[in-house]
Every structure is written in structure tokens, then in C-alpha cells.
Write a protein that binds this ligand. Structure first.
Ligand SMILES: [Zn+2]
Length: 107
């Protein structure tokens, strides 16, 4: 006998309200999840570009030690800032964004 968590359900999607077989309570259907991920990714891209720009500005304006090696570290710092901020912002936006318009993603 399967556990209660494995029983098939068709709970409504928390965003669009459409009932989908296999969906658990409090989850989003596949279409809503993908649309939400795309919107979160777009916004996170803009936020992380701004953060990487601020990091680059900080590294340019401060006294720059280390010559060529310092420049390489500065480049790595900007890249890591971009990637980390993008990942964190994307996750936070995915969880906290208000529900979409309910229409399927374009493209
Ligand atoms: Zn949905």
C-alpha cells in the first residue's frame, strides 16, 4: 500500500486553479511553474547585471593591488557576483512573486 504522500491527487494549481492529475496541494501546475520561472529569471538577470556593475565599479574605484593577477581576481569577482546574485534572486523571486495573469507563457 503506497504511503499517503504517493496517492494520486488532482489538487488545484495555486496560481491558475486548474486541476492537474498528480499535483499535490500547494503546488503549481507545469505551465504556471515554467511561466513563473521565466519571469523570475528575466528579473533576476536585470538585478544581477546591476549587482555585477556595482561590483565592477567598486573594484575600479578602489586602490588596485596586484597588477595583472589583481585584474584577473577582479574579473572573477564580477563574474561570481553575477552568477550568485542571479541564482539567489531567481529563487527568491520565484517564491515571492505575485501570481501571474494566468495566461500560458508566450513563445
Ligand atoms: Zn497553474
Amino acid at each position: 500500500m503506497p504511503s499517503l504522500a504517493e496517492w494520486p491527487t488532482d489538487a488545484p494549481c495555486v496560481d491558475c486553479g486548474k486541476r492537474t492529475p498528480g499535483l499535490l496541494f500547494g503546488n503549481r501546475c507545469e505551465m504556471c511553474r515554467i511561466a513563473r520561472e521565466r519571469r523570475a529569471s528575466k528579473r533576476a538577470g536585470r538585478i544581477s547585471l546591476l549587482a555585477a556593475g556595482l561590483m565592477a565599479a567598486y573594484l575600479i574605484w578602489r586602490p588596485f593591488p596586484g597588477g595583472m593577477q589583481g585584474r584577473i581576481y577582479a574579473g572573477v569577482a564580477v563574474l561570481v557576483t553575477y552568477l550568485l546574485v542571479r541564482r539567489i534572486a531567481s529563487r527568491i523571486l520565484f517564491e515571492t512573486m505575485p501570481a501571474g495573469t494566468g495566461e500560458p507563457p508566450t513563445e
